[in-house]
Unconditional design. Structure first.
Length: 217
């Protein structure tokens, strides 16, 4: 939020004492700024997951002062659509203060409830609950951003290559190396050649000679 009214005091000075719009403005502005403050524990679920094992769940743990706590103990409880509850201990993510990751199981499609709890010793830092739909959407349409790792795997498996955007010269060179030279097609009419006329004449002469040798007219 940016408020550039350096002379906003004139707004208050020109109002009657009974008008509280100036005070109301600042109260509501401060409330709007702080209403989306991060919770002490936030859980981030994978987007458009497919059924399987090892789905990554990220948990951010903070203390009362919103400082990241890498020394917290984070427990993730996953409730499946059938009511089965799995408990997984999250591990710290190297190089990221206060962030933990857990690999959860989602063997069947449906809505899963994921609850993450962070503790520091016997004190609870907080808890966060989220839901994720497994096997209900198309990952390709959900996240259409460039996935270079997947493209590289597909290219290696199919014998192709991943080219950078604008690498026209590389594309042309690979096409020239991988495709045979084009052969120009030439159309010729068989009836307009001398050898076809000679062949027809020879066939007619052979037929006439055969008939004469057989006594036929």
């Amino acid at each position: 939020m940016v408020f550039t009214g350096e002379a906003s005091w004139r707004w208050r000075m020109l109002l009657p004492t009974s008008d509280q719009s100036y005070e109301r403005f600042w109260r509501q502005a401060v409330r709007w700024l702080v209403q989306n403050a991060p919770a002490h524990v936030n859980v981030t679920l994978p987007a458009a997951p497919a059924p399987g094992d090892g789905l990554p769940v990220l948990v951010d743990a903070r203390d009362a002062g919103y400082a990241p706590r890498s020394d917290a103990t984070v427990t993730v409880r996953v409730t499946s659509p059938t009511g089965r509850v799995d408990t997984v201990q999250a591990s710290p993510v190297p190089g990221q203060q206060g962030r933990f990751q857990a690999a959860v199981r989602a063997p069947e499609s449906g809505v899963y409830r994921v609850a993450a709890e962070a503790r520091r010793g016997t004190a609870q830092l907080g808890e966060s609950v989220g839901t994720m739909l497994v096997g209900g959407v198309d990952p390709e349409m959900t996240d259409p951003r460039l996935n270079e790792d997947t493209l590289q795997r597909v290219a290696r498996a199919s014998g192709g290559a991943v080219l950078a955007l604008g690498d026209t010269a590389g594309l042309i060179s690979r096409l020239d190396a991988g495709l045979p030279a084009a052969v120009a097609a030439v159309r010729r009419d068989l009836w307009h050649t001398g050898w076809s006329f000679g062949l027809l004449t020879a066939l007619l002469a052979a037929e006439w000679l055969f008939r004469r040798a057989s006594g036929l007219r």
